[in-house]
Ligand binder design. Structure first.
Ligand code: NAD
Length: 254
């Protein structure tokens, strides 16, 4: 489709996991894309080549640690210079660490908040500078159903708390920027088949069946099923939508 033709999209952690699916979704809709990656330069380069060959859009990859505020500002500035605009920002990079609250490591707690909350804000503030200047932009934060429910018997107090912060952050920023052309929304994925989930199931194999049985659709989501949510929030079809959460979870939190 031509839904996002000529638009410039930036996605953090775009070379791995759900980020890859969302990157393909944006490219299929005609957007030019800047992918930021943490360590996987090789897979990022491969992805860039594949995207450009398949969709004829411009795609580039930038190393960026989302917890390094100065590096985030500098990288976003470089992307704006290279692409001459930033229209869409997907704050996707995130980490998850499980563990019982009573013994949860403080360093892990800080690390989760640093990536999932601080990292998201550094990115959003950095792109807002350019979006507010041009008077338009769509910001999409990847939150989680974990922002909405405790989800026992999972022990993920830090992760859930961090995602709740992301969901509230989107509402506050949406309200601040609503009259200035910049929309801010969150997507709350449920269980999607990715490395992150694979790691959890490897450690606790009983969880796969238990979780699947609690999903009304009785299946884990395909990562490609996030594309529609991203495209809707990124493009003009959602022109009157800001400060909301789009839940993509097979009915899990219904
Ligand atoms: P993933 O581990 O495959 O990908 C996470 C991405 O974040 C990677 O690209 C990684 O490089 C990047 N990242 C991590 N720390 C970083 C840092 N300090 N600086 C820069 N980049 C960093 O996991 P995923 O499942 O693809 O998760 C993507 C997003 O979706 C996350 O925000 C996650 O919380 C959310 N989410 C995932 C699921 C699921 O079922 N997989 C469900 C709900 C929400």
């Amino acid at each position: 489709s031509d839904l996002l033709k000529g638009k410039v999209a930036v996605i953090t952690g775009g070379a791995r996991g759900l980020g890859v699916n969302m990157t393909y979704g944006l490219a299929e809709a005609g957007a030019n894309i800047a992918i930021t990656y943490l360590s996987s330069e090789e897979s990022a380069t491969k992805l860039v080549k594949d995207i450009e060959a398949k969709y004829g859009v411009t795609c580039r990859a930038y190393p960026m640690r989302v917890t390094d505020a100065e590096q985030v500002q500098a990288t976003i500035a470089k992307i704006n210079e290279d692409f001459n605009a930033i229209d869409i920002f997907v704050a996707n990079a995130g980490i998850s660490i499980q563990g019982n609250a009573e013994t949860f490591d403080f360093a892990d707690w800080k690390n989760i908040f640093d990536v999932n909350v601080n990292g998201v804000f550094y990115g959003i503030q950095s792109v807002s500078k350019y979006m507010l200047e041009q008077g338009s932009g769509s910001i999409i934060a990847i939150s989680s159903i974990s922002a909405k429910i405790a989800n026992v018997p999972q022990a993920q107090c830090a992760y859930n708390s961090s995602k709740a912060a992301v969901s509230m952050m989107t509402k506050c920023l949406a309200s601040e920027w609503a009259t200035r052309g910049v929309r801010v929304n969150a997507i709350c994925p449920g269980y999607m088949n990715t490395d992150m989930l694979g790691d959890i199931f490897k450690k606790s194999p009983h969880l796969e069946e238990a979780w699947t049985n609690r999903i009304p659709m009785r299946r884990i989501g395909d990562p490609d099923e996030l594309k529609g949510a991203v495209l809707f929030l990124a493009g003009d079809q959602s022109s009157y939508v800001t400060g909301t959460e789009l839940v993509v979870d097979g009915g899990y939190t219904a």
